[in-house]
Write a protein that binds this ligand. Structure first.
Ligand SMILES: Cc1cc2nc3c(=O)[nH]c(=O)nc-3n(C[C@H](O)[C@H](O)[C@H](O)COP(=O)(O)O)c2cc1C
Length: 312
């Protein structure tokens, strides 16, 4: 029997996403030949992020403005049996290198008519990013058959601090008092290694020619866990990020020093919202979800699946 061919397109700064991909794909090695395409922005985004650079990417992330990418090594004419798209959200949007890939001619060529699986490695807010990725995949005539999302399971208010430390200082787990107070940043190692179970389901879906049932099989193994409070917080946050990105863009495009003042205002807004508004707001949202149990369940169902419908 002919071995199947899979293309894996990904971008990662810390290597976390690559480890997730390797874990998911471990059990697929026997059936598939993999072509890896690591996206390389030119110039590269820094890691760790110095100064205001972390906030500077807000407007372009939210507006899905592509960056320049180095030439790809895969052949877009190649007839892959499966394309795996692995990415991370930046500001509730697909990361800029990944959004850039989705807007290339090569992506359109290689994805058209193909089964696609998305794999996300995020902090805990990915739904709005995936909605836009879903739409692009749908518009390109590809068939999204599976979505696997790994998140940092620690409390939202803790992971905000640990991710900021990781991204801005480059340390996954800091030392001294910080290290004693806070856990390591990112997705639990256990969750990464256990992601291997999703690979078995992908393998079986191809073997049994049952791709349409893959997403439900993945969900039954916990491929997506949606917290309703975070879901609503994210939806509201995305509207605010949109408004902020337009406000900043009025002062210039990427790299323009004129935007710095507005981005500093955004930084204050971001932490104020997270620490002052979200604890009380979260409680209110939680009560609303309890009262609207059915509506909440419907929304979770929708975001857990791969159909794209303009949801709001
Ligand atoms: C600029 C920036 C913005 C981010 N915004 C989000 C976000 O909106 N939601 C989220 O869950 N994670 C967010 N993250 C965390 C990333 O999704 C990801 O987990 C982290 O960058 C590590 O991924 P990587 O090393 O594989 O690139 C952000 C990271 C960066 C650098």
């Amino acid at each position: 029997m002919r071995r199947k061919k899979a293309l894996i397109v990904y971008y990662t700064q810390t290597g976390q996403l690559r480890r997730i991909i390797d874990s998911v794909c471990k059990s697929l090695q026997q059936e598939f030949d993999f072509t890896y395409e690591e996206l390389k922005p030119n110039p590269a985004f820094p890691f760790p992020w110095p100064g205001m650079s972390f906030y500077q990417v807000l407007p372009e992330s939210v507006q899905e403005t592509p960056c320049k990418l180095e030439a790809f090594s895969f052949d877009p004419e190649d007839d892959f049996d499966l394309v795996i798209l692995a990415y991370q959200p930046w500001y509730l949007s697909p990361s800029i290198p990944f959004t850039a890939f989705l807007q290339t001619e090569e992506a359109v060529k290689v994805l058209k008519g193909k089964p696609v699986i998305t794999i996300l490695g995020s902090r805990n807010m990915w739904i709005m990013a995936q909605e836009r990725v879903k739409k692009r995949i749908f518009d390109m005539g590809a068939n999204l058959i599976g979505n696997i999302v790994l998140t940092d399971r620690r409390h939202n208010l803790v992971s905000v601090i640990t991710i900021a430390h990781w991204m801005l200082k480059g340390e996954k787990h800091g030392g001294g008092l910080y290290g004693r107070l806070f856990p390591p940043a990112g997705i639990l190692e256990k969750d990464i290694s256990e992601a291997e179970r999703f690979g078995f389901l992908i393998r079986d879906a191809f073997k049994d020619n049952a791709l349409e049932g893959l997403q439900d099989a993945l969900l039954s193994q916990g491929s997506i866990r949606i917290n309703p409070v975070l879901m609503t917080t994210e939806k509201r946050g995305f509207m605010m990020f949109r408004a902020w990105s337009k406000f900043v863009l009025k002062k210039g495009s990427a790299g323009d020093p004129g935007r710095e003042r507005r981005l500093k205002m955004f930084r204050i807004y971001l932490f104020a919202v997270i620490y002052l508004v979200s604890p009380i707001g979260g409680l209110v949202v939680w009560i609303i979800h309890k009262l609207n149990y059915r509506k909440t369940r419907k929304m979770i169902q929708y975001y857990s699946h791969n159909e794209y419908a303009l949801s709001d």
